[in-house]
Each structure stands twice: as structure tokens, then as C-alpha cells.
Design a protein around this ligand. Structure first.
Ligand SMILES: [Zn+2]
Length: 311
């Protein structure tokens, strides 16, 4: 049993068929968590599909209409880089609902996790790089609209720059964005985040963590967000097909744990999403995402031990 909730739905699958994006990964992560006894069915929350009202706080009416009616132009489908289908649209609306729910449960339990989402390349008016709807932005706008939080931070550790996130929140003083990514990689155009940590090709664990952790500490101390959304990329892994960094699985888990520890130290709730992961062996991608959940559990258990010792 976990000290927080997992958000999952069997229709998270993006229906991509044979594609570099392993869209069966959502189910495989869920199954590994149960199979290895990390989670039980009681730990799981089923999300509702996000409402159009929720989506429209971030996306243009035109883009929402095109997605819902299947009227994307050929160039819009090319930019999205995944085949259009009704299932894809359902899955991304559901992913946005899942990230909203992960945010709400993080505010309640200190930590919450969506086993989908992290679609950080989506812009208000178009999709890009496998991302049609920006679930994290939708969740932040929903929590703000409900008065649940005023200020949020996004820590994006996908190997690709969080261009959609940066563009959406560029002139918004209520949302602070950090992206750590490989500089020489997609997307070609990188609108500025509040903090962009541009990693050189083949950067390894220590160099990466040496850049990320101080940036997270400084941002948490100075910005004082009420929630941290963590975009947990599996693609900085050394064997990733779309990434050019050289992190190990252990380094990636250390990354997750250290970010969660910094947040916990400051009582900042953390909501996590998945993000990219294109390892040659799908099992590696699954393991890296499962490790993010384990890191969350370790940090939650350590801090509850500490509070029971002091209490
Ligand atoms: Zn990526």
C-alpha cells in the first residue's frame, strides 16, 4: 500500500500502433506496480475526462474544435507526429483529467501521481512532438480557478525542452518553469522557461544533478510555490533512442528522489506525471517510470518516520 494515490485509467493508451512512442507503457507501468506489490488496487484513483471548460483555460477554441472533429490539416498532423484518432483525443482529455486529479490528491496527501501526462510540447493553438493537450497547464489553471493554489512551479526533466510549458506561462508571474534538457535536441525553437538548464551531449548523472538540484532549491526558496508539478522524463536515460544524454537508471532515480526531498523539506506538495521514454528496451522505460513512484514512496516514508520520531 502506498502513502499516496496513483491516478490511472485503462484508456490512457494513445492508440499509436507501431510507433517510437510506446503507448502501451501506461498499462505496463500500472501492471508492474501491482505485480511487484508496490501498489494495491486501493491505491488507484480513476480520473474523469477533463471538461472542455478545463481544456479551454489553456487551449484555443479553434484547436479544441479541430481535435474533437478530426479536422486537423496535414501540416498540423505532421507537427503532432502521431496519427490522429478518436482514441488519441479521448486519451489526452483523460490524461488532463488525470493530472488534475493528481494535483488535487497532492494537495491532500503531499504527493500524487498520474500514470500518464507530461505532454509538455503542446501549445495553446497546436500540438507538437506527440503532445496534443498540455495536461500540466490544464491542471495548474484548474487548481488556480478553484482557488486551491495561487502559485505553481513546473520542474520538467524530460530530455527535450518544455517548449509548450514555456510558451504558455511565459508572461505569467504565478507559474515558475524549470526545464533541464539536452541543448542539441528537439525542439529547434525553445521559448525561454524561467530557468533553462541546457545540458551538453552525453552529460552524465553528476553533471546533470549538479545543475538541477541547486536550481530547484533556489526556485523553491525564492518563488515559494504551493505545488510542484514534476514532469518525469525517462528519456535522459543513456540508452534512449530520442535522447543524447548519458544518465543511468540509478541516476534518474536519484534525480527524482532529490527533487521530491527538496519539495518535502519545504512542505511543497508534488504532483508527478510521466513524460518521454524511448529506450531501446521498453522494460527500461517502464522501470524508470516505476522508480519515480518508488522515489516518491521513499521520501514520503522517510518524512513520516521523522515526524513520528519527533512527535
Ligand atoms: Zn522527451
Amino acid at each position: 500500500m502506498l502513502p499516496f494515490k496513483l491516478v490511472y485509467h485503462e484508456r490512457y493508451d494513445l492508440n499509436l500502433g507501431p510507433h517510437v512512442f510506446p503507448s502501451q507503457k501506461f498499462r505496463l507501468i500500472y501492471e508492474m506496480l501491482l505485480h511487484e506489490g508496490i501498489a494495491t488496487p486501493e491505491d488507484v484513483l480513476r480520473p474523469n475526462t477533463a471538461s472542455d471548460e478545463d481544456i479551454l483555460r489553456v487551449h484555443t477554441a479553434d484547436w479544441v474544435r479541430k481535435l474533437k472533429t478530426g479536422t486537423l490539416s496535414a501540416s498540423e498532423v505532421m507537427l503532432l507526429e502521431v496519427p490522429y484518432s478518436k482514441e488519441l483525443v479521448e486519451a489526452v482529455w483523460l490524461a488532463a483529467g488525470g493530472t488534475i486529479l493528481a494535483g488535487q490528491s497532492a494537495l491532500r496527501d503531499g504527493f500524487g501521481t498520474n500514470l500518464s501526462g507530461g505532454f509538455h510540447h503542446a501549445y495553446p493553438g497546436h500540438g507538437e512532438g506527440f503532445c496534443a493537450i498540455h495536461d500540466v497547464a490544464v491542471a495548474i489553471r484548474k487548481l488556480q480557478a478553484d482557488g486551491a493554489v495561487k502559485k505553481a512551479i513546473v520542474v520538467d526533466t524530460d530530455v527535450h525542452h518544455g517548449n509548450g510549458t514555456a510558451a504558455i506561462f511565459r508572461n505569467d508571474p504565478t507559474v515558475f518553469t524549470i526545464s533541464i534538457h539536452q541543448e542539441n535536441n528537439y525542439p529547434a525553437h525553445k521559448p525561454p522557461s524561467n530557468v533553462d538548464l541546457n545540458m551538453p551531449d552525453r552529460a552524465e548523472d553528476d553533471e546533470y544533478l549538479g545543475a538541477l538540484i541547486p536550481a530547484v532549491q533556489k526556485a523553491l526558496d525564492e518563488f515559494e510555490p504551493e505545488i510542484l508539478f514534476y514532469v518525469g522524463g525517462a528519456d535522459p536515460y543513456c540508452e534512449d533512442q530520442l535522447g543524447g544524454l548519458s544518465l543511468t537508471k540509478e541516476g534518474l532515480k536519484r534525480r527524482d528522489r532529490q527533487v521530491f526531498e527538496e519539495a518535502r523539506r519545504r512542505n511543497t506538495p508534488v504532483a508527478t506525471t510521466l513524460a518521454g521514454g524511448y529506450a531501446r528496451r521498453v522494460e527500461d522505460t517502464i522501470r524508470i517510470h516505476v522508480n519515480t513512484i518508488l522515489a516518491g514512496r521513499e521520501v514520503a516514508e522517510k518524512s513520516s518516520q521523522r515526524s513520528s520520531m519527533s512527535g
